[in-house]
Design a protein around this ligand. Structure first.
Ligand SMILES: [Zn+2]
Length: 167
């Protein structure tokens, strides 16, 4: 049983769930079954993470919806096996997370090593016009990018999204 399943069980029981800070707010026409309340208590942190809107404007449920949609498209439209479809969906989520949590930095200092712009070792703007640019030495790019990807993976795993996501 996961936070996702606990949330579904609560909804199926007619419980509306909101989040206020770290607290879960429950609202239901009739008293929910004790088993549902126990599940919510057990998975409280996970349920809060799924429900709360992050600084990037998306809740954990939004991320799960993107993952499920992309995995479904890859599996049913492109005919990929489920594990490959999930791998593709996971890559989509990472790309979207990086876009939504884009890092901008002022030109003149490397975001990777903190060094300056030199004629022989120039700072380059990475990113798009849409997300803004992060300035880095080209040699610092790989390590910085790997760190950002690790951040995305950690953030998504808090929502139960990983390479091996069980339904
Ligand atoms: Zn650098």
């Amino acid at each position: 049983m996961s936070a996702v399943q606990a949330l579904k069980a609560a909804r199926d029981a007619g419980v509306r769930i909101g989040v206020d800070g770290d607290a879960l707010m429950l609202d239901a026409a009739a008293a929910p079954p004790p088993a549902v309340l126990e599940l919510l208590a057990l998975h409280k942190a996970g349920v809060v993470a799924l429900q709360r809107t992050g600084s990037d404007g998306w809740s954990g449920e939004d991320w799960r919806a993107l993952f499920d949609e992309r995995a479904g498209i890859a599996e049913f439209d492109s005919g990929l096996p489920r594990d490959q479809a999930e791998a593709r969906a996971f890559a989509c989520c990472i790309a979207e997370w990086l876009n939504r949590n884009a890092v901008r930095s002022p030109p003149g200092r490397c975001l990777g090593c903190g060094g300056r712009d030199y004629a022989h070792d120039a700072l380059l703007p990475f990113g798009t016009d849409q997300t803004g640019h992060a300035w880095l030495h080209s040699r610092c790019w790989d390590a910085w990018r790997a760190g950002r990807k690790a951040e995305a993976i950690a953030a998504l795993s808090a929502f139960g999204i990983s390479m091996r996501t069980s339904p």
